[in-house]
Write a protein of this length. Structure first.
Length: 80
């Protein structure tokens, strides 16, 4: 979730962080739209609560470990 943008407004969270978006989907949050802007895709989710704890939960989860290892393996594949 490095320097990615995450904005919360009117019970919606908008993010361009692919890993955080996948995590929100896994947690059962409803994707209400995705917008492509230049080379980035921005996802908007319907949330019914304060999202600050979701960000902390994501960072401390095994999912972020999995995502980082997936990225590392992709580097092995594509850097040969």
């Amino acid at each position: 979730m490095n320097n990615k943008s995450n904005k919360t407004k009117n019970n919606h969270i908008t993010t361009d962080d692919l890993a955080f978006s996948a995590y929100l989907k896994m947690k059962g949050y409803h994707l209400i739209k995705s917008d492509r802007k230049k080379s980035k895709t921005v996802f908007t989710f319907d949330v019914d609560e304060n999202t600050d704890h979701l960000k902390v939960e994501f960072i401390n989860s095994e999912f972020v470990q999995f995502y980082n290892e997936l990225r590392n393996l992709k580097k092995v594949i594509f850097n040969k």
